[in-house]
Design a protein. Structure first.
Length: 242
């Protein structure tokens, strides 16, 4: 599993045993670096070893598009209660950030990505995070595998795809009793369709949340929400199989 070398505002993602050349000197990364270790470059500049955690994966995963934001991932995890030993079926892998967070929580994730190149990048990211034993990235459209996966009794179904409503219609065949469905969409129209599909098949506890977060600015003049950054990211629909 890769680690970070950190020095003030610099971070280098490295593999054990790697040779890293920087403007602060050449660093020979140990074969077994431990968090908290101090590594010196040949110029005597020091770096601290830091273990990768969820937010680090979001920052350092190779990206194939806009990944789901940590705040949205937090809502998915908090509202579905996903945890160790759960089986998760996911579609719309992208960079694999959501799958990685779920895998780090101890879940076993099967995730589908339609774009073969995106799927390959996701596999590389999963390997980077050391989660190959918990996350299986499959290339293809989940809707083409619904019959195969029926009766799988997954604990959680997470969807970040345009055809999510069509999958929600099959949720009772995919998710076990008491299991959750989470649909993320950048457009409210898609969320409305997902809600309609969830109602049609008898899912309960259906709610849709707009995810908004504002950073606070504190200075000598006073305190106020920041005018920079993106406040709105998308809509999250949660439902449960009774």
């Amino acid at each position: 599993m890769a680690v970070l070398l950190v020095r003030e505002d610099r971070e280098y993602l490295v593999d054990p045993g790697q040779r890293l050349e920087t403007d602060l000197g050449i660093i020979e990364v140990p074969d077994d670096p431990e968090p908290g270790d101090v590594v010196e470059s040949h110029l005597g500049e020091t770096f601290r070893v830091q273990a990768l955690r969820g937010p680090d994966l979001f920052e350092h995963f190779e990206r194939t598009g806009a990944p789901m934001m940590p705040r949205d991932i937090g809502l998915v995890m908090g509202l579905t209660g996903v945890g160790s030993g759960d089986r998760v079926l996911d579609a719309g892998t992208g960079t694999g950030v959501l799958a990685a967070y779920l895998g780090r929580a101890g879940a076993e994730v099967t995730t589908f990505e339609r774009d073969p190149e995106f799927a390959e990048v996701a596999r590389e990211n999963v390997a980077l995070a050391g989660l190959e034993d918990r996350i299986k990235v499959r290339t293809g459209d989940l809707t083409d595998h619904l019959e195969e996966l029926a009766g799988g009794s997954f604990d959680v179904l997470t969807l970040d795809t345009e055809d999510a409503p069509a999958v929600v219609e099959r949720a009772p065949t995919l998710v076990g009793r008491g299991g959750f469905v989470a649909v993320y969409s950048p457009f409210v129209e898609s969320s409305r369709e997902a809600v309609a599909a969830a109602r049609e098949v008898g899912l309960t506890g259906i709610e849709t949340l707009e995810t908004i977060q504002r950073e606070m600015d504190f200075d000598d003049r006073g305190s106020r929400p920041s005018t920079a950054g993106v406040g709105h990211t998308g809509y999250l629909t949660i439902a449960r199989r009774p």
